[in-house]
Design a protein around this ligand. Structure first.
Ligand code: MSP
Length: 506
C-alpha cells in the first residue's frame, strides 16, 4: 500500500545545557529525511522537542543558582527551539514534556498499562547515575563509577512502581524476528536481541522524593503519593503525545505509528526494548522503524564538557554556513557508523567537493550559457538522468544518506569531465548545433542537481534552481514530474547563482 504520511522523530533532548554538534547531527539527519519525503509528496510530520522532567535538568538549574525550575526549563527549551530555527530545521512540531498535552497523554497511557496489570509496586535497590538517567548494574561499575559518565552513582533504596518488561520478552523477540527493518542497522539489532534474551528485567518506573516530574497517577493507589514517574517512562510517551494521543484522536489516527524514530546508538535499549514493550502493554501499534546512528568524536576525542571540546553548531554554521555543516556531517560519517569530526577535513572537503566540484560546475555552466547563448536556455534535446534518481531514491529509502550524497557527487564529477571532454569553447567555433545540445544537457543536469540537493543543502539548491528560473516549480509540481528530463523552457532566462562557496579565510 502506498503511504501518504511520514512521521519522523528525533530523541527529545535534555535541557541541562545548550545543544552541541552531536545533537545537531541527529536533528540534521532527521531534517534531511523530512525534506526528502516532503519533496516526494508525503504528508510529513517531523517532531523534535525537549525532555524536561529529568533529574539532570534540575541539577543544572540548581548549579546555575536558579530556584525557579519552570523558569529555567522555559528558558532552556527556548534555547533549543531557537537553535533548530537558526540551523534551518523544518520540524513541524516541538514537544515539551512539561506541556499539558503531554501530561494528559501520559496519564491515559499509564492507565492503559495499569489496566493491563503490568504495573506493580516493589522495593528497588541499586546505583542510579543521573548522567544516564538510569540504574547502572553493579557489575558494570568501574572503580565504583559509571563507565560512561565517570561519576559515582547514587545508591538508592526505595519503594517504587515496576513495569513488567520481562513479560514482553517473547513478544519482542518475535516482533524483531518477523520485521527485519524494525531495528536498523543490523548490528544494533544483534545488540538488542542479546540484551532482550540475556539481561532484560522488569524496570522501576517511579522515583520517591524526586522534586520535579510527572506525578504517578492516583489510579496507582496510596503508594503513588509523592512519587514521580521515571523520566524515561514519561519521555518515550512524547512520541505519542506529539501526535495527538489523548488530546486529538483524529490527528493521532493519521500519524501513529511513527514511520521512523531516529536515535543515537546510546539510547537503543530504551527505544528498541522498553518502548515497544510499553506500546504492546498499552495495546498500541509499534513504530515501523528505529534507526540508530553512530557517535562521533572531535579530532578523535569524545565530545565532553570537561575536555572543553564542545562545538557549538550555531557558531560553526555562522562561520561556514548551514549547508556546509549539513554537507560535511552527512558526507563524512557513514550513517549508522561512528565517525570523526575534524575542521581540517571539513576544509579539505569544502575546497575539493564544494568549491571546486559543485561551485565550479555551476559557475562554468551558467557562464557558458551567458557567453554563448546570451543567458538564454538553448533548444531542448534528448537526455536522461534517471539512473542517478533510481540509485538516490533507493539509498534515501534505506536511510543511506551518505550514499545518496555520493550519487549526487558522482554526477557532478561526471559533468565536470563532460565539459572538459566536449570543450564547448572549441564547439563555439566548429559546431554550434552540438554546442547547444551540450549546454542544454548541462543546464538540465544542473536542474536535477538542484532537486537532488534540496534535502541536503536547501539554501544552495534554491540558489541553483533560482539561477535556472525554476525555483518555484519544486514547491508546486509533483516529484515524479520534476524528475523527468527536459523541463527547462527553451529561451528561458538563465542568471548567475552568485558565489556559492567563497574562499575560506582562515
Ligand atoms: N532525553 C534523552 C532522549 C529521550 S527520547 C525519548 C536523551 N537526551 S540527550 O540530550 O542526551 O540527547 C541524546 C542524543 O543526542 C543521542 O541519542 C544522540 O542522538 C545525540 N548525541 C549526543 N552526543 C552525540 C555525539 N557525540 N555524536 C552523535 N550524536 C550525539 O538521551
Amino acid at each position: 500500500m502506498k503511504k501518504d504520511k511520514f512521521y519522523i522523530t528525533t530523541p527529545i533532548f535534555y535541557v541541562n545545557d545548550k545543544p552541541h554538534i552531536g545533537h545537531a547531527y541527529t536533528t540534521i539527519i532527521a531534517d534531511t529525511l523530512a525534506r526528502y519525503y516532503r519533496f516526494n509528496g508525503r504528508d510529513v510530520y517531523f517532531v523534535t522537542g525537549t525532555d524536561e522532567n529529568s533529574q539532570k535538568n534540575i541539577e543544572a538549574a540548581e548549579k546555575k543558582g536558579e530556584p525557579d525550575i519552570k523558569k529555567y526549563l522555559d528558558e532552556m527549551s527556548a534555547v533549543w527551539a531557537g537553535a533548530w530555527d537558526s540551523l534551518g530545521i523544518t520540524n513541524d512540531d516541538f514537544i515539551r514534556t512539561t506541556e499539558e498535552r503531554h501530561l494528559v497523554g501520559v496519564n491515559k497511557f499509564f492507565k492503559a498499562v495499569w489496566d493491563e496489570g503490568d504495573i506493580y509496586s516493589g522495593t528497588y535497590e541499586g546505583y542510579y547515575c543521573t548522567g544516564c538517567e538510569a540504574f547502572v548494574p553493579a557489575g558494570d561499575l568501574a572503580d565504583g563509577k559509571c563507565p560512561i559518565h565517570q561519576k559515582e552513582p547514587k545508591k538508592i533504596k526505595e519503594r517504587n512502581y515496576f513495569f513488567r518488561l520481562s513479560k514482553y520478552r517473547d513478544a519482542l523477540l518475535d516482533h524483531i524476528g518477523k520485521n527485519e527493518d524494525f531495528i536498523q542497522p543490523a548490528s544494533r539489532q544483534n545488540e538488542i536481541l542479546s540484551y532482550i534474551r540475556g539481561f532484560m528485567e522488569d524496570i522501576s518506573i517511579s522515583r520517591e522524593s524526586q522534586k520535579w516530574g510527572i506525578a504517578v497517577p492516583k489510579i496507582a493507589g496510596k503508594g503513588a503519593d509523592g512519587q514521580a514517574l521515571y523520566v524515561w517512562f514519561d519521555a518515550l510517551i512524547n512520541y505519542l503525545t506529539a501526535a495527538g494521543y489523548g488530546a486529538d484522536e483524529k490527528k493521532f489516527k493519521k500519524y501513529w505509528p511513527a514511520d521512523l524514530h531516529l536515535v543515537g546508538k546510546d539510547i537503543i535499549k530504551f527505544h528498541c526494548a522498553l518502548w515497544p514493550a510499553m506500546l504492546m502493554s498499552a495495546g498500541l501499534p509499534l513504530p515501523e522503524k528505529i534507526f540508530a546512528h553512530g557517535f562521533f568524536t572531535i579530532d578523535g576525542i569524545k565530545i565532553s564538557k570537561s575536555l572543553g571540546n564542545i562545538l557549538d553548531p550555531i557558531e560553526f554554521a555562522e562561520k561556514y554556513g548551514n549547508d556546509v555543516l549539513r554537507y560535511f556531517l552527512l558526507r563524512e560519517i557513514t550513517l549508522g557508523e561512528d565517525g570523526n569530526f575534524s575542521v581540517l577535513r571539513l576544509k579539505e572537503r569544502y575546497a575539493s567537493e564544494l568549491a571546486n566540484g559543485l561551485g565550479n560546475l555551476v559557475n562554468r555552466i551558467l557562464a557558458m550559457t551567458e557567453k554563448y547563448f546570451n543567458g538564454k536556455c538553448p533548444e531542448k534535446c534528448e537526455g536522461n538522468i534517471s539512473p542517478t534518481w533510481l540509485s538516490y531514491d533507493i539509498n534515501m529509502s534505506e536511510t543511506k544518506t551518505h550514499a545518496a550524497l555520493k550519487d549526487i557527487w558522482d554526477l557532478i564529477d561526471f559533468l565536470n569531465k563532460f565539459i572538459d571532454a566536449e570543450q564547448p569553447w572549441t564547439l563555439a567555433k566548429t559546431d554550434t548545433g552540438r554546442l547547444a545540445r551540450v549546454i542544454y544537457t548541462l543546464l538540465e543536469s544542473l536542474r536535477h542537481i538542484g532537486l537532488l540537493l534540496l534535502p541536503f543543502m536547501p539554501e544552495t539548491a534554491e540558489k541553483i534552481l533560482s539561477a535556472l528560473g525554476v525555483a518555484e516549480s519544486f514547491k508546486e509540481s509533483p516529484a515524479e514530474k520534476l524528475k523527468l528530463w527536459g523541463l527547462l523552457p527553451e529561451g528561458g532566462i538563465i542568471t548567475k547563482a552568485g558565489q556559492l562557496f567563497p574562499r575560506l579565510i582562515d
